[in-house]
Design a protein around this ligand. Sequence first.
Ligand SMILES: NC(=O)c1ccc[n+]([C@@H]2O[C@H](COP(=O)([O-])OP(=O)(O)OC[C@H]3O[C@@H](n4cnc5c(N)ncnc54)[C@H](O)[C@@H]3O)[C@@H](O)[C@H]2O)c1
Ligand SMILES: N[C@H](C(=O)O)[C@H](O)COP(=O)(O)O
Length: 339
Amino acid sequence: MASSPLLALTTGEPAGIGPDLTLALAASWGTLEARVVAVGDPALLAARAARLALDVRIVPLADGDPVPSPRDGVLPVWPVALRAPVEAGRLDPANAGYVLETLDVAIAACRQGRADAMVTAPLHKGAIIEGGYPDFTGHTEYLRDACDVDEVVMLLATERTEPALRVALATTHLPLRAVADAIDAGGLRRVLTILEADLRRRFGIARPRILVCGLNPHAGEDGHLGVEERDIIAPTLAAMRGEGLDLVGPLPADTLFTPRHLADADAVLAMYHDQGLPVLKYAGFGEAANVTLGLPLIRTSVDHGTALDLAGSGRAEAGSLRVALDVAVRMVRGGTSRP
Ligand SMILES: NC(=O)c1ccc[n+]([C@@H]2O[C@H](COP(=O)([O-])OP(=O)(O)OC[C@H]3O[C@@H](n4cnc5c(N)ncnc54)[C@H](O)[C@@H]3O)[C@@H](O)[C@H]2O)c1
Ligand SMILES: N[C@H](C(=O)O)[C@H](O)COP(=O)(O)O
């Protein structure tokens, strides 16, 4: 029998809730149809397990050791050494290099065929930047550069809604002031091309219908409240419709996210982070996954951040990490129409 998919789970910011959530899942893997190897510091994980009173045995693996099938109370680990001691809830930028090394280990494993997908627990962007990586803006952009591709697309998805809600972003981690300048026809075309292709390839949707938000209030009000819809978004959508894509818009974002529009949509493309993600998180926080499209590997993540206020408390909820693992398994298996 073929072995189940192998997921490399990076444990994220060591002072945050990533270690806690990883351990909570390892205490009881449930119906997970995959093997999981955590990527992180074994001593950190053992200390956090003790603090949380979780009965989880940390099993560091050496290069080439097989990753066993999941067993409750056992967490296999590909070891990466912390750079500085960790106190739950207190950031130390000295560990920026540690966090990035966990990503590098998982990326290499996926690219070399030693893992089928990577799943990432949250990191703290500010701590990475202050730790000596001033250009860092997030996993999404780091993966784009590490995999040497020009463009990637951030998509968050939840099944808590009916139908499932998937929201992709035309721009990711940018100051709001820079958003309008970042929207151009070439970039929008690249994002839509990746989104449409990966909805087919990774999610098994034969002909995805994508709703596209305008940038400005009321989608620019015919050019009276902004010109990006008239000059960039509408012409790009028209051209790509002519190439066979099922694109609707640009629609006013305030009413796009209503049941009438969403009923037959496979995804929404929002123009910027806080146009799309608050809606997705309002609908599905704790039961959503973040997926990076356009990569030569599969990467999923949680829908939340490092929650420093909860680290080490036992009060962080592992629902989104569990969804991220399940979505990765489905993507490895060649896609599904959901989520
Ligand atoms: N995938 C990722 O790596 C990722 C995702 C989002 C945010 N971040 C980063 O995390 C850091 C903190 O971001 P933030 O404060 O905006 O968001 P956050 O998600 O860390 O916290 C927002 C609120 O949600 C709560 N919360 C978050 N996760 C929870 C969980 N699993 N269970 C229960 N409550 C939870 C927190 O306690 C807090 O009240 C930032 O550096 C941000 O960039 C990383
Ligand atoms: N934009 C994401 C969210 O709000 O959930 C988050 O910042 C994570 O981004 P990366 O996966 O690029 O780190």
